[in-house]
Design a protein around this ligand. Structure first.
Ligand SMILES: CC(C)(COP(=O)(O)OP(=O)(O)OC[C@H]1O[C@@H](n2cnc3c(N)ncnc32)[C@H](O)[C@@H]1OP(=O)(O)O)[C@@H](O)C(=O)NCCC(=O)NCCS
Length: 201
């Protein structure tokens, strides 16, 4: 058996601040919880993420508990997307489902619709966190799923290097209609080929 030398086991224990031109990513705090609640109440975000049901009572307390626990988590990374000048919370980016043996994880992003969609924030936030995943943490594969009725998100993902791997047919039942979910992933090699963060703007 040939032993392959690899860098240390990947972990999300480090909680970085990542600075872009349009957005800044920083570790979430309990003070961001009202922003997360706004996100969870946004009808566009609920549809595009396929989130069924109503927001339940106690959502602020659950959001506070989730965000305040993040500092200690080593298998997931929640960063707030904020407006650099004002510090306003615009949404969250998340790396989770860390499989350290296989150096893989999944990614998701959601911005607060009315004030954040379509301004380049999502593209930059995705590039910033992928740069961290590949270049600082040593992740090999980042995967996600995107619904067929969300071409904006798919466009952003493919623009930064995600590749379509397949389709889960009729994976979501939304308001009486079946919706496909597309499986996308970006590998460390794709990321390098794409030019990494600075060259791929
Ligand atoms: C998906 C999301 C993160 C994208 O972030 P964003 O800041 O809105 O996107 P950006 O402004 O960076 O880029 C949008 C791109 O999509 C393109 N676009 C917009 N509508 C589109 C459509 N219907 N079809 C294809 N492309 C579209 C824009 O032209 C732009 O591309 P360009 O820069 O090459 O011109 C954000 O819209 C969001 O949070 N949506 C709600 C939650 C969600 O859908 N999360 C993803 C679940 S998989």
């Amino acid at each position: 058996m040939i032993e392959v030398m690899t860098s240390p086991t990947p972990s999300f224990v480090a909680k970085p601040t990542l600075i872009g031109k349009r957005v800044l990513l920083r570790p979430v705090t309990v003070a961001d919880a009202p922003g997360l609640v706004e996100l969870l109440n946004d009808p566009d975000v609920r549809r595009l993420t396929g989130t069924h049901g109503q927001v339940r009572p106690g959502v602020l307390e659950r959001a506070e508990a989730l965000y305040s626990a993040q500092a200690a988590e080593d298998d997931e990374l929640y960063l707030a997307v904020v407006e650099p000048a004002t510090g306003e919370y615009l949404g969250e980016v998340v790396l989770e489902d860390l499989d350290a043996d296989n150096r893989s994880c999944s990614f998701r992003i959601a911005l607060v619709g009315p004030r954040a969609f379509g301004r380049g924030y999502g593209t930059e936030a995705t590039r910033l966190i992928l740069a961290h995943a590949f270049e600082a943490v040593g992740i090999h594969r980042v995967g996600l799923e995107v619904f067929d009725f969300n071409p904006r998100a798919r466009h952003v993902y493919e623009r930064v290097g995600f590749v379509h791997e397949g389709t889960k047919r009729q994976a979501l039942h939304w308001q009486g209609a079946w919706v496909d979910a597309h499986v996308l992933a970006v590998l460390a090699d794709d990321w390098s080929r794409h030019g990494g963060f600075p060259a791929s703007r």
